[in-house]
Design a protein around this ligand. Structure first.
Ligand code: CMP
Length: 149
């Protein structure tokens, strides 16, 4: 069982796509372990995207990610990190395959709707940056035994 951090970015919020996209994760069988609306403090966004500090798009990315409240969450499931990344599709919405979230809803590199952790190490650090341990809950849903063995 893995956990991964997701962030519904400002473009997703403004385009009112949170429900539609969250529904895809739920339909897949992933469990919501945490979810919250927040206006992300600048320092938190800078830490989250520190790896991109030297990239030409960094300043625009920070401005974009602080432009409105976002919804951050933790999804849980078998191989959740790779499964969620696959569901999102390529970073660039113009290149993402139809059937993926960005392939179905996106036409931009920056405005790519949802962030998701890209490795087990990153997921651990990103979840700790956005959630206190007691905000991430483990529980069993009635349907769980019908979703994965
Ligand atoms: P994300 O998966 O959250 O990780 C880094 C983010 O930077 C990425 O999604 C995009 O929002 C943004 N990004 C990545 N590459 C580019 C680019 N070439 N130009 C603008 N924004 C980018």
């Amino acid at each position: 069982m893995e956990r991964t951090l997701i962030i519904f970015k400002p473009d997703c919020m403004h385009r009112q796509l949170v429900g539609a996209i969250l529904s895809r994760f739920e339909s897949k069988g992933l469990r919501i372990a945490a979810l919250k609306l927040q206006q992300t403090p600048l320092a938190q966004v800078e830490k989250h995207y520190a790896v991109h500090r030297e990239r030409p798009f960094y300043k625009a990315l920070i401005e974009f990610m602080t432009a409105s409240p976002v919804i951050a969450g933790v999804l849980e499931g078998p191989q959740a990190i790779a499964v969620v990344r696959k569901m999102l599709g390529a970073t660039n919405g113009m290149e993402a395959e139809p059937g993926t979230i960005r392939g179905d809803y996106g036409l931009s590199k920056q405005l790519n709707l949802v962030h998701a952790s890209d490795s087990a190490e990153t997921a651990k650090a990103e979840i700790a940056l956005f959630f206190k341990p007691e905000e991430v809950l483990s529980y069993t849903r009635a349907a769980d035994r019908w979703i994965s063995e």
